[in-house]
Design a protein around this ligand. Sequence first.
Ligand SMILES: Cc1cc2nc3c(=O)[nH]c(=O)nc-3n(C[C@H](O)[C@H](O)[C@H](O)COP(=O)(O)OP(=O)(O)OC[C@H]3O[C@@H](n4cnc5c(N)ncnc54)[C@H](O)[C@@H]3O)c2cc1C
Length: 440
Amino acid sequence: MTGESDLTPLQVAIVGCGIAGLTAAIALRQHPMINVTLYEKAAELKEIGASIALGPNGLRTLQRLGLHSAIDDNVAFRGPSNIPMIYRHWKTNEVIGMDVHENVNEYLHYTARYHRAHLHQALLENVPRDIIHLKKKLVSAKANPNDGVVLEFQDETIATADILLGADGLRSGVRGAFVPDVVLKWSGWTAFRAVFDTSLAASIPNLPEDSTHWWGPDTNFFASRLGKNAFTVVGGIHSNPDDPDAAYKGVSWDQEANVKLLREKYTDWNPVVKSLVDITPSIRFFPNFSCGSSLPTWVFGSRATLIGDAAHAHGGAFATGGSLAIDDAYAFYLSITFVFPVTATQKPSPTEIQKALELYEATRKPHADRLLKTVHAAIQAKRATVAAGTFETDQELRERAAKGSNTTWLHEHDVVKAFEETLRRERLLVESSEGIPAKL
Ligand SMILES: Cc1cc2nc3c(=O)[nH]c(=O)nc-3n(C[C@H](O)[C@H](O)[C@H](O)COP(=O)(O)OP(=O)(O)OC[C@H]3O[C@@H](n4cnc5c(N)ncnc54)[C@H](O)[C@@H]3O)c2cc1C
């Protein structure tokens, strides 16, 4: 079968309208012969959440997609020094460390901070409303290598597609359909988060202009301006998750909390932090959950895969969840368009679809697994010290801060380069002067 008349669009069903799902939809819709349908469990896409950061990797990918309005200063905040994170001492307020950009040359790629709802809205503006189906909670999914996928929703409706992309976050229904035994674990960290208007903080003496993390003996405190004149503070406590009486065990995500908890926790801290907690009008709880281990595979029935938190619930560590989700979405798009270029005259075969999912997995899973390994080691170490009631000495704290977070490999990761390396490993990339990947 050849010729344009034989070509019917490839149907991609995306479950979840978060950062991952929307980015995937925007990317895939660039292909004239891919039809995208989004299914979202929420009844409306409203403003919830607090602050979210995008690193150079996620920002670069959104720029590649032409999403200037989702990365510029009208929606995001970049500190005047363009230092992504400054660490200060909890008591003295001295700068004791920082993370720096290592190989970032373009202003728009400097780490940016948003209210999550503003980033979400900026992406949503690029997705036609009529391809989004709300109140569609996925409850089961089946994938057949030859026939495609069948999705079942809580309202007892059914949908079919050629490919299923699970972008449904931490408690993914798609993941649950294919890997039912995944257990999410509370790390013991419960964040107290707030977002309010920057004007509330305007009169605080010596308030740093840049995003700042104050490190203390048993907890930290984060404060930053966000885009659109918003300001965020994040405090919290570490409990022993194995203790049945652990503080805040069982609180839910985005649950309203008493602001007194924040004020009492930071009462002995330096005057800037003290002033910040005093002007914070209200807080919400954000308990931290992650997957106990990484998934054995991301390819299900040769037709379904996962992106974003659904694939690698890492609990938001290193503020990289948003960028990872964006890069996953883009890697998926690169993989699909590799087997199904815009010039294709036939829909990809089941073998080609499987190949695309494998290319995606080979590009992203090792990166995500490395992150999960790092996160689990950190959670175990923290759990042991919290259980033992031991704290770092001041010198240890200063030494740790001086080293910084050592996460350039995450924040400056280049997903296109990683995809090309996958193709090279698989001997699918024919080097040309333009560096254009060859067809299979
Ligand atoms: C409402 C909300 C607020 C958030 N606020 C913050 C924040 O303030 N700071 C931060 O760092 N991170 C926040 N996160 C998490 C952050 O967005 C993700 O960690 C990261 O961006 C990865 O995005 P994701 O698209 O993989 O997952 P998510 O952003 O979690 O999106 C998943 C989407 O899938 C939908 N969904 C879930 N289950 C099903 C199902 N069975 N059927 C259909 N749809 C389903 C969810 O409603 C959601 O819209 C928030 C997530 C949500 C959903």
